[in-house]
Design a protein around this ligand. Structure first.
Ligand SMILES: [Zn+2]
Ligand SMILES: [Zn+2]
Length: 449
């Protein structure tokens, strides 16, 4: 191992190349073996830490390929590569560090883990990626028969699709069901897959080194969704259509998805390790909430597994499957978002009962927003008038200056407003989910907006 700050001349250049993002030069130096891949600068930073912090996926890959150690701990503040990756918010580099075997439980000098640090700076996707990480190798081992068994627990062709479900951080049962629909072979082997999920759950809870309650609950949850979906599939033989509709079906009085709520509540009740702290935390939260009130069991489960997530305006979730950043919205009420027409269609029989009511809410909100905007504009105008009146007592140049700057400001604002409204029409234009299209053939309710 190199000693802190003792860099050769080549290594000083190497560190700079990494920092500058010069991938080809970095590769050349490593290939020429003129530098140590884990050389340390005066702060105990390795080149991999620098590249991870910069979110430079290419250089991270090169360094790892040349044997960079993902778990060095010579950093002055005790930071590790996964901490730098998570702080940078780059999902790809974070994933790379995980795949390279980064220890997620390592703490810095003040006792913070990578996920705690990432959560602190608002990198919630990195937090959920780390919390949900499960190595591909840990699944692949089940595709070969073990011990005296003649048959593997997991058919090889199911490894990739199942791994995708395990890594998926959107816990909405419809999202999981979509992933199952994509690979219906999982459903055809549901007994085997559930048995494996239950075993993996048990392994997480009984691990000698460290238990992982997050993964254990997740495996148990995936197993539950598959088992329940399989029951529906057995009766309907319909590629899970009826199951998905059931999961989004809203009750008559308020559109609340009761079946979904009950699925998650009973899943938690059935979790075999009742002493789990995370489970108890989940159950305690849910126990005080009446079915139909907030937070839903899904939200609570998501917070336990993925951590607190700050909601941002731009990533509105799809009302059907819960994927963030759903680009389309119901053109009738403009109040619910969808990934695509498929998601809208699955939700339509529930949504049609609420759409009109939501549209009234939309109009009321819009009216209020407009009134507020008008009021703000009026206030601003008054203030400007007042300012001008005050200034008119001063010298002419000052007035001219004020007028000129007011002019540009207004123009700028006007332009900005135009841009927004243009952008808005554009999104609406590119996303015209014509509800009318969906109504025909499904139901004879006509939508008036
Ligand atoms: Zn969706
Ligand atoms: Zn609507």
């Amino acid at each position: 191992m190199s000693i802190l700050g003792e860099l050769s001349e080549e290594e000083v250049e190497f560190v700079k190349l990494v920092s500058d993002g010069n991938a080809s030069a970095v590769r050349k130096q490593l290939d020429d073996k003129t530098v140590r891949v884990d050389c340390l600068d005066e702060h105990g930073m390795t080149p991999l830490m620098t590249a991870a912090y910069k979110g430079d996926v290419t250089i991270c890959r090169i360094l790892l390929k040349h044997g960079a150690n993902v778990n060095t701990n010579y950093h002055a503040q005790g930071y590790t590569t996964i901490m730098f990756a998570a702080l940078s918010g780059n999902l790809e580099t974070t994933q790379l560090m995980l795949e390279a075997g980064a220890r997620t439980t390592a703490t810095n000098n003040v006792g913070r883990t990578a996920t705690q640090m990432a959560a602190f700076v608002g990198q919630h996707q990195c937090v959920s990626l780390i919390n949900n990480f499960f190595g591909k190798d840990d699944l692949e081992i089940y595709t070969v028969p073990r011990g005296h068994a003649t048959e593997a627990m997991l058919p090889t062709e199911l490894c990739d699709p199942l791994y995708k479900i395990i890594l998926n951080s959107n816990l909405h049962p419809v999202k999981i069901s979509y992933l199952l629909q994509e690979n219906i072979a999982i459903m055809n082997n549901s007994t085997k897959v559930c048995k494996l999920m239950d075993l993996l759950c048990k392994k997480q809870m009984t691990a000698r080194v460290e238990t992982n309650e997050i993964l254990a609950i997740k495996f148990h949850y995936i197993s539950t969704v598959i088992k329940e979906a399989a029951k529906s599939l057995e009766i309907k033989q319909d590629n899970l259509e009826a199951w998905i509709k059931r999961m989004v079906r809203g009750r008559a009085e308020d559109g609340f998805c009761e079946d979904q709520e009950r699925l998650i509540r009973s899943m938690l009740k059935d979790f075999p390790y009742s002493s789990s702290g995370l489970l108890q935390q989940c159950v305690r939260t849910i126990a005080t909430v009446k079915v139909g009130d907030d937070p839903t069991a899904l939200v609570t489960l998501g917070q336990c597994i993925n951590g607190q997530r700050m909601a941002r305006d731009e990533d509105l979730p799809c009302i059907t499957c819960g994927d963030y950043g759903a680009p389309k919205k119901c053109s009738a009420c403009k109040m619910v978002n969808y990934c695509n027409q498929g998601c809208q269609k699955n939700n339509w029989s529930s949504h049609k009962k609420m759409c009109k009511e939501l549209y009234c809410m939309y109009l009321a909100t819009k009216k209020r927003d407009e009134e507020e905007a008008a009021e703000a504009a009026r206030k601003k105008e008054d203030e400007e008038k007042k300012k001008l009146e005050e200034l008119s007592g001063g010298d002419v140049q000052a007035i001219e200056g004020a007028e000129a700057s007011n002019g540009t400001l207004e123009n700028g604002e006007e332009k900005g407003m135009n841009e927004t409204s243009e952008a808005r029409t554009e999104t609406e234009d590119t996303s015209p989910i014509q509800l009318e299209d969906i109504t025909t053939g499904i139901d004879d309710v006509t939508m008036e907006s």
